[in-house]
Ligand binder design. Sequence first.
Ligand code: NAD
Ligand code: IPM
Ligand code: MN
Length: 367
Amino acid sequence: MQAEILVLPGDGIGPEVTAAAVAVLRDVGARHGHEFTFTEKLIGGAAIDATGEPLPADTLAAAKKADAVLLGAVGGPKWSDPKAKVRPEQGLLAIRKALGLYANLRPVKPHPVAFAASPIKPHLLQGVDLIVVRELTGGVYFGDKQRTAGPNGECTASDLCSYSVGEIERVIRRACRLAMQRSQRVTSVDKANVLETSRLWREVATRVVHDEFPEITLEHQLVDSMAMHLLARPREYDVIVTENMFGDILTDEASMLAGSMGLLPSASLGEGRVGLYEPIHGSAPDIAGRGIANPYAAILSAAMLLRHSLGLDAEAQCVERAVSAALSAGHLTADLAKPESAIGTREATAAVMDHFPLPCQVPELRD
Ligand code: NAD
Ligand code: IPM
Ligand code: MN
């Protein structure tokens, strides 16, 4: 098949890990006779430096035309002044919103080789296989933001958190459809004991599951205790659905089940076919430019791109199996390995390509 993939490297380790994911996509495309074309555009701090805007119009136009978008990360100390007028992160939020990508899928399946890198005991990690469906275009991230001066001149800041019924329904449905292909269990996470948006969330989740997905067992969990249960009994969860900010926080926490931020991929999806694929980690300014970032999260995001935007499930599985095999063979970057045995981003990427499973190398076996 032919596909146009827009690559947005962004900032910090973004360019390093997207280069790795593109190399793997090129390789898998060649092995299977697909014609993938790659176009690069600016986003984030790099775009601010070049154009003054975190999401230039031609980047968004290219994203709308592409079959899929692969993103590295945005942000960094250079653009982090709290008084800055434009911020790299605005570019990321704007592209998610403009493409209508309301569901962010973040799978977490710890690999035994990385158990040692996790602060959680191995017996709790065995068999963990969960996926967080994070609402991505609503909530406090997108509500009205203000600073006002009170009567005595004291400054007050506010961020409005709002959700409409429709915004909740569509992401709950997405989580339920996913759960129907898995164990038919959904955990909906909210803070309904305090927040009105959460009370609406809980009401809508209950109704959608009751009316449309009677086979599904729905559990509600308050976000504070969820943060604890996620570490104490992660094996008991399958599909977890939650609002934007709770999902952001819980998935960075969940990355510690996998052993590193450098292992968690994500897919941001809407109603259309074009999706945005990015690791859940950020631009990691502390290690940027040193060639030591873990590329596996970006490569696994490329696998999600193959599956969700291009419909190439077999190819996606090849990539996932190759990453798993590379991990099993001990090809570990510094976030997972002892310093003396750690490999760099390029070596880890090469290891993935060396470990493509056999059917990947014989395209004619596919059909
Ligand atoms: P971060 O995710 O960039 O880094 C947190 C820690 O994890 C750091 O110690 C980093 O070295 C490590 N880490 C992250 N990815 C890694 C990888 N692939 N391999 C090895 N180690 C890795 O979070 P932060 O430091 O809080 O944020 C830095 C910047 O990134 C901020 O400007 C933030 O806004 C931005 N950010 C962007 C995205 C995104 O673009 N999607 C996501 C999160 C944070
Ligand atoms: C993420 C990031 C972003 C978010 C930031 C950079 C805007 O943390 O993708 O998880 O909070 O959504
Ligand atoms: Mn985050």
